[in-house]
Design a protein around this ligand. Structure first.
Ligand code: NAD
Length: 279
């Protein structure tokens, strides 16, 4: 299948790598040239690692033949579009309006949003809202098995069937979840991060201890390490988005510490510093 991916950041690059590893063609698009360059490097080194460890049977060139990275989306020969642009509802609403105008009803459209209800994202897509839904991948995409499949208002049964088929072809498990802010995983995960932030702020324990204890208790990563992996900026946007969409439910109130790190440019692993420092 030909899969267009909008946004070549952490998630877009991961989805593109997974698509070409699974035999699909990926057309990765981003208006920012530095981001396109980083995605090219990240995908190549991810594939190279998989080949060296014996997990990927083809040559690097053969995988990369199925990838193109561009500054604009193509008009034809598209089966799926997966949007992985920044977590801002007006931006995504505009993208879905444009996609709905551009493509015939046979092209399936998905958002990889972490938190914005799909029904809200497609309010301006009035031609064929039935072919729009959510495919929520997790980071790092090549390694994480779950994809939340979200049907918004008007999303068709055919969409859900096609989404399940696509997700299975990518070697992942698709689970249909409700179209609520944060869906399922991010609704449960928000308090994990926020309680960690509050505990450190209140002097209950240092962040290293919080991470160590949660990891010792069986969580793969403590809350601060996860925020650094996700991107402190992305994590804050998702928290704000869930907070606003739940009409300011106290349980999801963002923490000032997140805002300070984002303003300072400490965005986590991708910028070399977040809650922790990286080489
Ligand atoms: P990111 O900041 O790493 O990448 C976003 C990319 O979008 C950037 O390369 C930027 O140049 C590009 N972009 C900006 N404006 C654009 C436009 N108008 N059209 C196309 N591209 C544009 O963000 P990310 O972490 O990859 O997150 C992308 C989406 O995936 C968000 O909705 C986020 O909530 C969701 N998500 C993130 C994670 C995570 O762990 N980071 C996990 C699941 C879902």
């Amino acid at each position: 299948m030909n899969i267009v991916i909008i946004g070549s950041g952490t998630m877009g690059a991961g989805i593109a790598q997974t698509a070409i590893q699974s035999g699909h063609r990926a057309i990765l698009t981003d208006p920012d040239s530095a981001s396109r360059q980083r995605a090219q490097e990240r995908i190549s080194s991810g594939l190279q690692r998989g080949i060296e460890r014996g997990r990927l049977p083809e040559s690097l060139d053969s995988y990369l033949d199925r990838l193109s990275i561009k500054d604009a989306i193509p008009n034809s020969d598209v089966n799926w579009v997966i949007e992985a642009a920044p977590e801002r509802s007006e931006l995504k609403q505009k993208i879905f309006h444009d996609l709905d105008e551009r493509y015939p009803s046979t092209v399936w459209l998905a958002s990889n949003t972490s938190s914005i209800a799909i029904s809200k994202l497609k309010v301006n897509a009035s031609r064929h809202p039935e072919r729009i839904g959510g495919l929520h991948f997790f980071n790092p995409v090549p390694r994480m098995a779950l994809v939340e499949i979200i049907r918004g208002m008007d999303t068709s049964d055919e969409y859900v069937t096609a989404a399940r088929k696509l997700v299975a072809s990518l070697g992942k498990t698709g689970i249909v979840v409700p179209d609520r802010p944060g869906f399922l995983v991010n609704r449960v995960a928000r308090p994990y991060y926020l309680e960690g932030l509050r505990m450190v702020d209140e002097g209950v324990a240092p962040m290293e201890t919080v991470d160590q204890v949660m990891e010792g208790a069986g969580f793969p990563m403590g809350p601060f390490r996860v925020m650094d992996l996700v991107g402190v900026d992305v994590n804050l946007s998702v928290t704000k988005s869930v907070y606003e969409q739940t009409y300011y439910d106290e349980r999801y109130r963002p923490h000032g510490w997140q805002e300070q790190l984002v303003e300072r440019g400490y965005w986590g692993r991708k910028s070399g510093r977040g809650f922790y420092r990286y080489e």
